[in-house]
Design a protein around this ligand. Structure first.
Ligand code: ADP
Ligand code: GN1
Ligand code: MG
Length: 372
C-alpha cells in the first residue's frame, strides 16, 4: 500500500525523535508490516505501520511488546549485557504512549535502530545459523518465567495446524481468484498429509507437549547479527510472542534457514533441505535452551520442522488461491513460488527423515554431555 509523504511527516512528528527532518525509505523484507528507515546522519530509527488487517487489536499487541521488552531488558541488564542492542527499544510518541494513530486510523510505532547489525534472507555462513539457534533457544529460556497468562493472543490459533488446514480447504473450495485448476498437484500434496496435522496439538492435549512463551515467527531475518563479532545480537519482530510450542519455534527456523535457496526461489532445482544446516541450528538451539526441553519436545523436533514447513506452505498456497491478500508480494505468482519451495523442502525432509531423526538424537546427546 502506498503511504503519502504527508502522512509520513505527520507520523514522524508525533514521536520523540527531535524536530530535525529525516529521510524516509522502505526497509527490510518482512511480509507483514510496512517498515521504513528514518535517517538523519548518524541518527536512525525503524518506523513501522502495524498491519491491522492481520493484527486486529494493535493496542494489546503493543502492550505485549512493551511488557516483553521491559522484561527482557531487566534480564539482559542482570546478565551484564547491553539492553540498547540486545532487545528492541520502543520510542515513545509525544503524548507518552508507545504508538501513534494517524488520520486514517493506522497504527504506527518506532524502534531505535540497531546499528552495526544485519539480518539475512539466506544463510550466508553456517555460523550465522548456529548463532541464530543459540539466540532463539536463549530467548525462550529468558521468557520461561514470563507470566504467559498475561500475554494477549495477537493472532488466535496462529500455529494451530489443523485449523490452518481447514482454512486452506476452504480457500480451495471457494476458489476466489479462479486459480485452483492450475495448482491441483500442489493442493494434493497438502491434502495427502492431512492426518499428520494434529500431531502437536494432540500431544499437548494429552499433556506431553507443554505450552511455553514462544516467538512464533523465528525466521532468519527476524534476528540481528552483530556485524563486528558475528554473534547473534537481538531477536526482533515480537508481534507474535505468545504461548506456543518450542518445537514450532525450532521448526520455523529450520523451514526457512535450512533451505539451500530463498523462500521464494523459482528454480526448484536450487531448493533442498540441508542436513548440515539442520544439525548446525539444532546444536545452537539446544545449547540456547540449556536442558530445558522435555523428552517429548526433543523427540518431536524433526516433526516440528516438517509441520511448520507444511503449515507455512499451506498458508502461502491459500493466499495465492485467495488472490494474494495476506503476505506482501512484489511480483505475480510469488506466493505460489513460496508454496512450492515449502513443498520441495517437505519432500526432501521426508526423504532424509531417518537421518534427521538420528542427527537430532546425537546432537541432543552431545549437547547434554557438553553441559556437564
Ligand atoms: P515484519 O513484521 O514485516 O517482518 P520486521 O519487524 O521483521 O517486520 O522488520 C523488517 C526488517 O526490518 C527486519 O528483517 C530487519 O532487517 C529490519 N529491522 C526491524 N527492526 C529493526 C531495528 N530495531 N533495527 C534495525 N533493523 C530493524
Ligand atoms: C510472516 O512478518 P514476517 O515476514 O517475519 C508471517 C509468518 C510466516 C512468514 C513466512 C504474522 O513473517 O508467520 O512464517 O511470513 N507472519 C505473520 O515468511 O503471519
Ligand atoms: Mg519479520
Amino acid at each position: 500500500m502506498e503511504i503519502s509523504k504527508t502522512v509520513l511527516d505527520e507520523v514522524t512528528q508525533a514521536f520523540q525523535i527531535g524536530e530535525e527532518p529525516f529521510s524516509i525509505r522502505r526497509y527490510g523484507s518482512g511480509h507483514i508490516n510496512d517498515t521504513f528507515l528514518l535517517e538523519n546522519g548518524d541518527k536512525k530509527y525503524i518506523l513501522q505501520r502495524i498491519n491491522t488487517s492481520i493484527f486486529r487489536d494493535p493496542v494489546s499487541l503493543m502492550w505485549n511488546i512493551r511488557h516483553v521488552t521491559d522484561f527482557l531488558r531487566k534480564k539482559i541488564v542482570c546478565a551484564g549485557g547491553d539492553p540498547e542492542r540486545e532487545t528492541l527499544n520502543l520510542v515513545s510518541a509525544k503524548d507518552g504512549t508507545d504508538y501513534y494513530i494517524d488520520r486514517n486510523n493506522n497504527y504506527w510505532r518506532i524502534y531505535r535502530f540497531i546499528t552495526d547489525a544485519v539480518s539475512f534472507d539466506l544463510v550466508r555462513r553456517p555460523e550465522d545459523f548456529y548463532q541464530s539457534g543459540l539466540a532463539f533457544g536463549h530467548f525462550q529460556r529468558m521468557l520461561a518465567d514470563y507470566p504467559a497468562e498475561e500475554l494477549f493472543e495477537t493472532i488466535p490459533d496462529f500455529h494451530n495446524t489443523p485449523k490452518r488446514y481447514a482454512d486452506f480447504c476452504r480457500a480451495v473450495e471457494e476458489d476466489a481468484a479462479g486459480r485452483v485448476s492450475g495448482v491441483k498437484r500442489e493442493i494434493e500434496f497438502f491434502m495427502e498429509r492431512h492426518e499428520d496435522y494434529d500431531m502437536a496439538v494432540r500431544e499437548h492435549r494429552e499433556g506431553s507437549l507443554p505450552l511455553r512463551v514462544t516467538h512464533n515467527d523465528t525466521k532468519l531475518n527476524n534476528i540481528m547479527i552483530d556485524s563486528r563479532t558475528g554473534q547473534a545480537l537481538c531477536i526482533i519482530d515480537l508481534d507474535t510472542v505468545m504461548p506456543g510450542f518450542s518445537i514450532f519455534d525450532f521448526g520455523d527456523s529450520i523451514r526457512f534457514g535450512a533451505n539451500t535457496a530463498e523462500e521464494d526461489e523459482r528454480d526448484l532445482g536450487k531448493v533442498s533441505f540441508s542436513i548440515m544446516l539442520y544439525e548446525t541450528y539444532c546444536r545452537g538451539f539446544l545449547r540456547g535452551c540449556a536442558g530445558s526441553l522435555t523428552k517429548t519436545e526433543l523427540e518431536m523436533l524433526p516433526q516440528g520442522a516438517r509441520l511448520m514447513t507444511l503449515e507455512c506452505g499451506m498458508r502461502f498456497l491459500a493466499d495465492y488461491l485467495q488472490g494474494d491478500i495476506y503476505f506482501r508480494t512484489d511480483r505475480e505468482g510469488q506466493n505460489l513460488d513460496r508454496a512450492r519451495t515449502q513443498i520441495a523442502m517437505t519432500a526432501d525432509m521426508e526423504k532424509k527423515w531417518e537421518e534427521m531423526s538420528s542427527v537430532t538424537r546425537e546432537t541432543a546427546a552431545a549437547v547434554t554431555a557438553d553441559g556437564r
